[in-house]
Design a protein around this ligand. Structure first.
Ligand code: NAD
Length: 266
C-alpha cells in the first residue's frame, strides 16, 4: 500500500516513524509548508529528501493520502484525493464542513473519505444507532488552561486562561460553531457530529482547566435505544499539547485497518 502524507508535524512524524518498519506500507511522498522540517523528518527516518513534493505531484498510484496538516487544507486535500479515486484519511475534520460535496465526487470516482475517531471513543456504537432515534448529542471537552491560552476565539472573549484558578467554560455552541471557533483543536466535535446527528444538532462545551494536564472528552448520547456515555482523558503530545496521543494512534490503526483481513470493532 503506497502512502502519502500531507503535514509532517506531530501526527505526520509519528506515522512516518511507526509505519517505516511495516513492509505492507511504502511511504511514497510527503508535503509540508515547512520544507526544512519535512526534510529533517525524512532524513531522520532514512527516506530521501526527494519524497518532499507538493500534493499535486504525489505519484498517481499513491493509494492512501493522510492529511495531518491544518483545517484550512483539509477540504482541498479531500477533493484532490477523491478526484483521483483514491482513499483520503483526514485528521483536520473540523476543516471539512459538510460531507455531501465529497460524497458526490467519491460516488463518481470510487474514492473514499475516512474520518478517524481521533481523540474520542465510541463512534463505533454511535454509527450503529439509527441517527433518527438519537435525541441528544453533547460533547464536553476540557483542555489544560495553557493549551487554550493562544486560541483566537478565547482571546476574543477577553478570557485569560492562564489566570484561571478553577475550570471555566470558554465556549458553548454547536459543533459547526466549535469548528469555526477552534480550527486547531476541536476536531472531535466534527467527528462526533458526522457520526451522529450532524454539525448543527451536536452540542459542544469547551472548558479550560488550570489544574489538568490532560485533554478530556466527555460524550453523552441519548437515543431510543439507550444512553451512551463515553469519557476519555488523553495524554497530549509533549511537542504539541493540543494533540492527544490517542488521535495519532487512531489514525495509525485506521491505516493498518485498510490492510487487515479480520476487523474487530467497527
Ligand atoms: N481528529 C482528531 O481527533 C485530531 C486530533 C489532533 C489533531 N488533529 C488535527 O490534525 C492536524 C495535525 O495535527 P498535528 O498535531 O500533527 O499538528 P502540527 O502543528 O504538529 O503539524 C502540522 C504540520 O502541518 C504543516 N502544515 C500546515 N499547513 C500546511 C499546509 N497548508 N500544507 C502542508 N502542510 C501544512 C505544518 O508545517 C506542520 O508541520 C491539525 O489540523 C489538528 O487540528 C485532529
Amino acid at each position: 500500500m503506497k502512502i502519502g502524507i500531507v503535514g509532517v508535524g506531530t501526527i505526520g512524524t509519528f506515522l512516518i516513524r511507526e509505519l517505516k518498519n511495516e513492509p505492507q506500507f511504502t511511504l511514497v511522498a510527503v508535503a509540508d509548508i515547512d520544507s526544512d522540517l519535512a526534510v529533517r523528518v525524512l532524513v531522520e527516518n532514512g527516506y530521501p529528501e526527494s519524497l518532499l513534493v507538493p500534493l499535486k505531484d504525489f505519484p498517481e498510484d499513491t493509494d492512501v493520502y493522510i492529511e495531518a496538516a491544518a483545517a484550512s487544507v483539509a477540504g482541498e486535500v479531500a477533493k484532490f484525493v477523491l478526484e483521483r479515486g483514491k482513499t483520503a484519511i483526514i485528521a483536520s475534520i473540523g476543516g471539512l464542513g459538510e460531507t455531501d460535496q465529497f460524497r458526490v465526487i467519491a460516488d463518481r470516482t470510487g474514492g473514499r473519505l475516512i474520518l478517524p475517531s481521533g481523540a474520542i471513543a465510541g463512534l463505533d456504537a454511535l454509527k450503529a444507532i439509527p441517527a433518527e432515534s438519537i435525541t441528544k448529542v453533547v460533547l464536553k471537552t476540557s483542555k489544560p488552561a495553557a493549551t487554550l491560552a493562544d486560541a483566537k476565539y478565547v482571546q476574543g472573549q477577553g478570557i485569560k486562561t492562564l489566570e484561571l484558578t478553577e475550570p471555566a467554560c470558554v465556549f458553548s455552541g454547536t459543533a459547526r460553531e466549535a469548528a469555526g471557533a477552534f480550527p486547531r483543536s476541536i476536531n472531535v466535535a466534527s467527528a462526533l457530529a458526522h457520526g451522529t446527528v450532524g454539525l448543527d444538532k451536536t452540542m459542544v462545551e469547551v472548558w479550560a482547566d488550570p489544574a489538568s494536564d490532560r485533554n478530556r472528552h466527555s460524550i453523552r448520547v441519548e437515543s431510543g435505544h439507550g444512553i451512551l456515555i463515553m469519557d476519555v482523558s488523553n495524554v497530549p503530545f509533549e511537542e504539541n499539547p493540543r494533540t492527544s496521543r490517542l488521535a495519532a494512534y487512531s489514525i495509525l490503526a485506521t491505516v493498518r485497518g485498510l490492510t487487515k483481513s479480520i476487523i474487530v470493532g467497527t
